[in-house]
Design a protein. Structure first.
Length: 369
């Protein structure tokens, strides 16, 4: 290789970046101590921004297009290099390409449950997760605040910090909201918009735009979810006896694939369900049925109250007395068929012989009479 070829090789005349990755946010052109040729071609493609760094200081920011690097296209760098009157010479500078497309499907989620007040459950602990999208909005600020001198900066290097910002704002949003936990699923989109609006200023401090945030799930603690599942199952099951019979029939239809212990457990559950149903049935029917002795093994109902009568004795009302006491009065001749008696429902006093004739018939005559 001749001297002229060696000298030509020290100057860079084409600067461009074609990205074949999905996570690179910033890429530094590999100058390798070579000088950039005055008049070199710079290609900045769509969704890219090129930033020139001269001696550690940002010189120029070029948007998509094809540039011929000369004094008129690099006004700030020209001033820094003291290129007066179009002084044409190779120069040293670092070129950073910034990827300005959207980076999607980035994950966020709560590391620990968030304690919030709930109108139905009083207090609950909630977990949440979802995805978000970002893009570089201010390339100069992003280089200063985040990238620094990193020659190959990927989204993974900033994802953890951005996720923490989102979850911290989520705690504020959930804490201020009064939506019941059971209704949160219908408000995921609203929560996403609230979080984006509230957290966007923090992203802007890094030169980033929070383009979108999606809430995929807000969940209750596992033990609370299990309790809710049991409650839902009871509501769906309906009649306990029919449900147990259905389970046993299903097991038998499957060729007895279940173990004997499972079958025994289902049988015990069926018997218990029947006992509960019988107990409930007896309790609800006891006030509407006659007080006949029960054919089952339970306690019989209390006997019906006896009829009671008031008795006119010496012109004064005495009582009320049950029929068993009246029969004793008849034996003592203190109650005769002509004695007046009264009970609730009578329009007036009646003679005992007319309304209590059965008692007089059952009373034996006096001894020796």
């Amino acid at each position: 290789m001749g001297l002229f070829s060696w000298i030509s090789g020290q100057f860079i005349d084409v600067i461009e970046w074609t990205d074949d990755s999905n996570d690179t946010m910033v890429w530094r052109f590999p100058r390798q101590e070579n000088e950039i040729k005055y008049g070199a071609k710079l290609t900045v493609r769509e969704s890219q921004v090129a930033v020139f760094i001269n001696e550690g200081e940002i010189a120029d920011v070029l948007t998509p297009g094809i540039y011929e690097l000369e004094t008129k296209n690099l006004p700030i760098l020209t001033n820094l290099q003291s290129w007066k009157h179009g002084f044409e010479s190779p120069f040293k500078a670092e070129v950073y390409f910034i990827n300005t497309r959207r980076f999607t499907n980035l994950k966020w989620g709560t590391k620990n449950p968030i304690m919030v007040r709930d109108p139905e459950f009083s207090m609950v602990r909630l977990r949440a997760f979802g995805t978000y999208e970002i893009r570089v909005e201010d390339a100069e600020l992003f280089l200063k605040e985040i990238v620094g001198t990193d020659g190959h900066f990927t989204v993974d290097e900033v994802d953890a910090q951005l996720s923490n910002l989102i979850t911290s704002k989520l705690a504020v949003v959930l804490g201020q909201d009064s939506t019941p936990a059971l209704d949160l699923a219908g408000n995921y989109e609203v929560f996403g918009e609230h979080i984006r609006d509230g957290i966007s200023p923090y992203f802007e401090e890094y030169g980033l735009e929070l383009a979108k945030i999606l809430v995929e799930n807000i969940s209750l603690p596992e033990d609370v979810e299990k309790a809710m599942d049991k409650r839902t199952s009871r509501a769906i099951t309906g009649n306990l006896d029919d449900h147990l019979k259905y389970q046993m029939a299903e097991s038998m239809a499957n060729g007895g694939s279940g173990s004997m212990s499972e079958m025994a457990g289902m049988g015990a559950g069926l018997a218990m369900g029947q006992q509960i149903a019988d107990s409930i049935g007896r309790g609800s029917n006891s006030s509407n049925q006659s007080h006949a002795p029960s054919s089952g093994g339970g306690m019989p109902p209390p006997p019906p109250p006896q009829e009671s009568y008031f008795v006119s004795i010496d012109g004064a009302s005495s009582g009320p007395f049950p029929k068993s006491h009246l029969q004793q009065m008849i034996l003592k001749n203190s109650l005769t068929p002509d004695t007046f008696v009264w009970k609730e429902g009578f329009a007036q006093w009646e003679k005992a012989g007319d309304v209590l004739s059965n008692l007089f018939q059952k009373t034996p005559p006096p001894i020796g009479g």
